[in-house]
Design a binder for this molecule. Sequence first.
Ligand SMILES: CC(C)(COP(=O)(O)OP(=O)(O)OC[C@H]1O[C@@H](n2cnc3c(N)ncnc32)[C@H](O)[C@@H]1OP(=O)(O)O)[C@@H](O)C(=O)NCCC(=O)NCCS
Length: 437
Amino acid sequence: MASIRDYIAQALPEGVTVEVANLRSIAKESSALTIPLPGYRDNLDKTIKVEHFIVLSCGRKTFFAIQVYVFLTVKNSTVVERLFYISKADTNGYCTQEIGISRLTKAILTYLLALNPLCYLSSVKPLRRNLGCKEELITKETSCRQALRIMANRILTGKATHPKIESSQAFLSYDEMSNDLRTKICLFTRPEPQYLFPNSSLNSKKHLLNGEQLLSWWLTIIDEIIIADFERDSLRAKLKLPGEDLKLVHKILERRHCEAWQEGDIFEPSQSNLAVLSFPVFPDDPKSRFLEALIEENRATDVNREEFWAELQGRQEFRLGVTVSVIGICGKTKKRLLYPIADETIEASSRSGMESLKSFITGEQYDTDEGASDAYMNLTDFLQIGRQRAQLSVIGQLKTASCRNQVKRPAAVVANVLDTNLVRRKKPKRAMPASQI
Ligand SMILES: CC(C)(COP(=O)(O)OP(=O)(O)OC[C@H]1O[C@@H](n2cnc3c(N)ncnc32)[C@H](O)[C@@H]1OP(=O)(O)O)[C@@H](O)C(=O)NCCC(=O)NCCS
């Protein structure tokens, strides 16, 4: 069994206690990762999406969160690929202990990599369900007028129609995994003053990395992960720095321990060199926004991969004079994959349930430490009332002699001056009742 507690304990200085909330969405069948184009072969593989949102607190204050999506590809009922898309990682500066965030991030990713993908697949929500007697049900597709008619009818007849889902249709399940399971890790590095903790950039103690520092930070984490966890044969480790000189990219890659690093990306075209058929669409990802723009502008069949990268440099998110990069790894992992310890995960049974759980964190304001305390209390109260449990308490085991971040840090300096207007401010949402999450 894989325990997130053990992985995090190894990354925390000895004796330091943190509390962990390992939030996870139910697995859901989703559309294919690449956009289908008329006239091209349909992708018959199934894509299944799971979201992890892992939150750490220390001294009753939330201080770090990371959001990772896992996309599983199922071919003829067998899982053949898992792709980890690291969407966001953020701190807020309210941790009073000297905790190395890169070490924590690496530990969390290593834990996720250690999980057997079948652990997500015993009950997968299908893309569509046949609800039976559809005309009497109110669904996402029901118009307002129709919904009112249905409700009026219910009052008149005194009975409501309930969806009739065949048990075989309610959830899909898979229990076969290929011996040649491919593992991919993808991320887009771009520094922002804040991603998950609104207004946390106003805390002068928050430590920000600029574009180059962030690139090096992520490359070090991913480099250490591939050395420890990936088989060397057939490993591809790629870095793309849109708009940057190739010599610079090679110089950056020379400093890595793994010699497989190369300039480029891991998304080799399957049917054609068209960008839209090559690159996956990830949630909240600038590359994906550009792919969607190509469809809207009717240019999907005009732009190939090379043109895509060239044009991407001109888009606002890449034009700010900040180093941004796309990192991709593809290979086979070495270690035996394990099932997670069940009570270490907090699973949301629906998409809105997951949004509600995340809003406990992302709905607070972090200009003062009150936001960090409130986020901690939101999670604690929800778990106590809704699930009769507590956050996982983890005590660090890393000997300080080997802890690089033990050096006394000077007061944080805001390293990068970025346009804070680019960060979308979320209004605090009202969370769903605990029983519905
Ligand atoms: C990216 C981020 C999570 C990294 O957090 P972090 O606290 O800087 O990470 P680490 O603890 O690993 O520290 C990195 C380095 O900065 C140093 N450092 C950390 N806090 C410091 C501080 N307050 N003052 C000076 N140096 C500090 C560490 O010692 C370490 O140096 P080393 O590599 O020489 O050991 C953080 O910068 C952040 O929240 N940024 C805003 C959101 C963002 O841009 N996310 C990126 C998503 S792609």
